[in-house]
Design a binder for this molecule. Structure first.
Ligand code: SF4
Length: 313
């Protein structure tokens, strides 16, 4: 299940996903993680799947998509963990680009202090880096990084990357009520964003069931003040995303169960989205109930909505 989608993404259009990291293999344990808690955490880069295996699955999926005239704008490395932990990331990006496709990578930034990680990301056309905190202590509260990681080293690495990178660099900052949403924390995040100088910074809020209970989005008034504060300092474009990306256009083949488990491995999907998707395939919703009974899917209730996520344990 290395390839999923394409999914309609607000930022990238029709994006085919590559999940090239074993479930929940991450250097962070973010309080808002939609995949649950990270066990165990790691910072050692490894080769998890062979680049050839990933390319074989990608080639097969692209063939299916061509047969059904399904467009693909981007291929995104957005696994159920941190993509830069993959030692073969550079090779995998090169292989993907050889198909004539644009490549995006969504990283948590934690390993940006490493030259080989920056070097691998140089190959991508679009890179998104996480900046949820502008200082070490908030970073440890929100992202709960692996012990040996260092905030200053990471930020220095991001700035170094930004100065050399020729593709599109964006940042994303998750705002959490009562944690990093006050004026002083936002001033620190803004300082970090100004030093990075990305093309665009996305301010986000939790929209799916988080790893820790009590993680909530700031209220609308606070969000408005935050956007004003950040825009007042940063010369680059700032966009606040308060809803989910449009996931109604998730593409599934006739291998419905396989595709549903692939997409729910990387993020929880709303019940309404799954209903639409099954309707298109003329499959009854009881399929989802069966997958829950078999413990292949887990259901969560968050923000008044039921979500389903693959059981990653
Ligand atoms: S949100 Fe991303 S970076 Fe944070 S723990 Fe989850 S997978 Fe890792």
């Amino acid at each position: 299940m290395l390839i999923f989608g394409p999914v309609t993404s607000r930022r990238l259009g029709q994006s085919l996903g590559i999940n090239h990291i074993p479930a929940k293999t991450c250097s962070y344990a973010c309080v808002y993680c939609q995949l649950g808690r990270t066990y165990p955490m790691q910072v050692k880069r490894e080769s998890f799947f062979s680049p050839e295996e990933i390319d074989r699955e990608l080639t097969q999926r692209l063939r299916q998509l061509r047969e059904t005239n399904e467009p693909v704008d981007w291929v995104t490395f957005v696994p159920s963990g941190e993509p830069t932990l993959d030692l073969c990331l550079k090779k995998e990006i090169e292989n993907t680009k050889a198909h004539g496709l644009k490549v995006a990578v969504i990283s948590n930034s934690s390993l940006m202090g490493m030259e080989e990680v920056r070097d691998a990301l140089m190959e991508a056309d679009w890179v998104s880096l996480k900046v949820d905190a502008g200082n070490d202590s908030m970073w440890r509260k929100v992202n709960r990084p692996y012990g040996s990681l260092n905030y200053e080293e990471m930020l220095k690495g991001i700035v170094t990357f930004s100065r050399r990178y020729r593709g599109i660099l964006v940042t994303e900052s998750m705002l959490i009520k009562g944690m990093n949403d006050n004026e002083s924390e936002i001033a620190d995040i803004t300082r970090a964003l100004s030093s990075i100088r990305p093309k665009k910074s996305y301010l986000m809020v939790p929209t799916r069931p988080p790893a820790e209970s009590g993680v909530e989005r700031p209220n609308a008034e606070t969000l408005g003040q935050i956007v004003k504060q950040v825009r007042g300092v940063c010369p680059h474009e700032i966009e606040c995303i308060t809803g989910d990306e449009n996931e109604e256009r998730v593409f599934v083949t006739d291998a419905v169960v396989y595709d549903i488990l692939a997409i729910t491995s990387v993020h929880p999907v709303r019940e309404s989205t799954l209903r639409l998707l099954l309707e298109r395939k003329r499959v009854d919703f009881s399929l989802i109930e069966e997958l829950v009974a078999q413990k292949k899917l887990l259901s969560f209730f968050y923000g008044g909505t039921t979500f389903y996520r693959r059981n990653l344990e």
